[in-house]
Design a protein around this ligand. Structure first.
Ligand code: MN
Length: 199
């Protein structure tokens, strides 16, 4: 069965005014769709076509001859994960186990926000900022291009896409402003809690 583009978990205009419907038209409808199409074209005559996305990513990670498959498969996964990290009316502060894990690792929620924003802003070029679980704790990570925490022994909890296509139509070069709005107004902490519970 071919890989498919999952629907957005919110209305196309649900993240306005922070992320416009126009951005989502391109980001989900063009960029994410293209990764799905490329992955299907690259795997259609291979046993990978019947594997899960996660199986494909783990199988080709680090294999230079399969870099195209890895890049497209990981980008399909990263984007699906990213959509779920946001919700209309999101942001605010986490509670429960997530709040406890963040306080334990960073000292305070404010310190977490500062470190997460810094990772997202300082990722040079295209990539992703992350909160991940590793060895029973949580930490900030950043990855370049399509790279993804699962191939580094980490469980992704939260991500912010910092490829220019994620924010350029709405923020032009102001990546820090996009990341600040992501943190303050878009993060779906319920999804982060689901991920931490499975970590
Ligand atoms: Mn993207």
């Amino acid at each position: 069965m071919a890989f498919e583009l999952p629907a957005l978990p919110f209305a196309k205009d649900g993240l306005q005014p922070y992320i416009s419907a126009n951005t989502l038209d391109f980001h989900h409808g063009k960029h994410h769709q293209t990764y799905v199409t490329n992955l299907n074209n690259m795997t259609e005559d291979s046993p990978m076509a019947s594997q899960s996305l996660e199986e494909v990513i783990q199988a080709v990670a680090g294999d230079a001859s399969k870099a195209g498959v890895f890049n497209n498969a990981a980008q399909v996964w990263n984007h699906t994960f990213y959509w779920h990290c946001m919700k209309p009316g999101g942001g605010g502060a986490p509670s429960g186990d997530v709040a406890a894990a963040i306080d334990g690792a960073f000292g305070s929620f404010d310190k977490f926000k500062e470190e997460f924003k810094n990772a997202c802003v300082t990722q040079f070029g295209s990539g992703w900022g992350w909160l991940v679980a590793e060895n029973g704790s949580v930490k900030i990570a950043k990855t370049g291009n399509a790279d993804t925490p699962m191939v580094h022994g980490q469980t992704a909890l939260l991500t912010c896409d910092v490829w220019e296509h994620a924010y350029y139509l709405d923020y032009q070069n102001r990546r820090p402003d996009y990341v600040q709005d992501f943190i303050d107004n878009l993060i779906n902490w319920d999804f982060v809690a689901e991920n931490l519970a499975k970590a």
